[in-house]
Ligand binder design. Structure first.
Ligand code: ZN
Length: 470
């Protein structure tokens, strides 16, 4: 329902002048980076405390006003963007950016939801600890967004998804009640694990305002290599070799296709191919250890030697300096951005069992190439998690709008194969608006009904991020 001027005035009074974004300054809150979704809002509010969020939700509940919670606005599926109606109120958590407490002995960090991921990492580092969640947007994405979308990234293989890194949560419910679950316990078997309901629910069940995060020892030694592999199936086998030889020290294992490396070296100044000969595929392998044991390079060399012996690796370069390590990572981390410079890109964020990764990428590539001759497949990412960003760059010289008009057709083709292989059509980016209808059409009726039951009981008036997820 469209909020009346009185309702908006009451909400604005809660946050005060500092917390009201003027209409002229609202644009950055209403569109996401790719401009797939550009919405309108009745108001954009920036509360400074959990109590203010609670007071706004009480008014929203009473008046039936829809609330769209927003963190750093880096989401890729439109979950954080209001609809085009202009009836919704955007609630940006960005002013809630306080580190609440760091308990080095308990290995926990308590903070507000609006703290950026980079600031959380820095707070952990200052105490000699590690908060391992790591993703390309870490400078601007916020913990509340990371948790409510269950963010993934490049360290999932070793440390798990965002939901695995949380011990406690503070959530404002649809009626304005505050659930204080800010516990720093590693063992707590007192009934339902309520925090898991809110992690990954994309703001549809409650608004995350604070969290207690798990910290880890800071790696004292790191070894990184960029290895050429003949095919994806060999890359998966190499992962198991790396696991076994290193005794579980693999921190990252990322797939880079030849075409991706070419995009990066073409568009990013100073980026260079680390190896003399071209290979169809590469993996970025990183091992890390908490102790300052010398010899991690030797362990990685042993992994690569075993890979060469088994013909899983054709060539490799080991980072010999921090600069070289950063250079290798830049090849991986700029991969998403450079696709924009190659014309239109149709995206898929999918997962299959790791053992089927090779099969999936080969089959899906053949299928899209048959459907669209000349399409350039850029399949990259978290192969160690069975998660690949299976993106399609437009054929050379193609018309961008005509290419993008085939988005749904390509999605249907790729997602069909994903389902056949027991995979997920949204591995780490979430559902938002982009995949909502598809999720409803593909999950079992029992599963969808369970999700709707939870939504109805926690948000009976449907005011929390309506039209997203379910
Ligand atoms: Zn990713």
């Amino acid at each position: 329902m469209k909020p009346t001027p009185q309702t908006l005035a009451r909400m604005q009074a809660v946050v005060g002048a500092k917390g009201v974004v003027a209409d002229g300054d609202a644009a950055p809150y209403l569109a996401e980076r790719r401009e797939l979704y550009v919405g309108r809002a009745a108001a954009v509010l920036r509360p400074a405390t959990t109590q203010e969020v609670s007071a706004i939700l009480k008014i929203a509940h009473e008046t039936g006003t829809a609330i769209v919670p927003q963190g750093g606005n880096t989401g890729l599926v439109g979950g954080q963007i209001p609809h085009e109606t202009g009836d919704e109120v955007v609630l940006s958590l960005s002013r809630m950016n306080r580190i609440r407490a760091l308990d080095a002995e308990n290995n926990t960090l308590a903070l507000d939801a609006g703290v950026t991921l980079a600031a959380a990492q820095a707070a952990a580092e200052e105490a000699g600890r590690l908060f391992p969640l790591s993703l390309a947007s870490e400078g601007s994405c916020q913990i509340g967004g990371n948790l409510s979308t269950n963010a993934g990234g490049t360290a999932v293989l070793r440390y798990g998804n965002a939901r695995d890194l949380v011990l406690g949560l503070e959530v404002v419910l649809a009626n304005g009640d505050i659930w204080d679950g800010m516990r720093g316990l590693r063992k707590d078997n007192t009934g339902y694990d309520l925090k898991q309901l809110f992690l990954g629910s994309e703001g549809t069940l409650g608004i995350v305002t604070g969290a207690v995060l798990k910290l880890f020892p800071r790696p004292q030694s790191i070894a990184t290599a960029f290895a050429a592999v003949p095919d994806v199936a060999s890359a998966v086998k190499l992962l198991r070799v790396a696991d076994n030889v290193s005794g579980g020290m693999v921190t990252a294992f990322e797939l880079v296709p030849r075409i991706g490396l070419e995009f990066v070296t073409r568009h990013i100044e100073g980026a260079a191919d680390p190896l003399p000969d071209a290979s169809p595929w590469y993996v970025l392998i990183e091992l890390s250890a908490g102790s300052a044991t010398a010899g991690l390079d030797a362990t990685l060399e042993a992994v690569l030697a075993e890979g060469l012996e088994q013909r899983l690796v054709t060539d490799a370069a080991l980072a010999r300096s921090e600069k070289q390590r950063a250079d290798f990572w830049r090849l991986r981390e700029t991969l998403s951005d450079v696709q924009r410079l190659e014309g239109g890109s149709i995206k898929h964020d999918v997962s299959v069992p790791v053992s089927r990764m090779g099969d999936f990428i080969a089959t899906a590539t053949a299928a899209v190439e048959a459907a669209m001759p000349g399409v350039r497949t850029v399949a990259f990412g978290h192969i160690g998690d069975g998660n690949v960003h299976f993106n399609l760059s437009q054929p050379l010289g193609a018309d961008k709008p005509a290419f993008l008009a085939r988005w749904n057709e390509m999605n249907a083709l790729v997602h069909g194969l994903v389902r056949e292989m027991g995979g997920s059509i949204s591995a780490e980016h979430g559902v938002g608006r982009l995949k909502r209808d598809e999720i409803a059409a593909t999950k079992s009726p029992v599963e969808i009904e369970l999700m709707r039951t939870l939504k109805k009981s926690l948000d009976p008036k449907g005011i929390l991020n309506p039209g997203k997820v379910v």
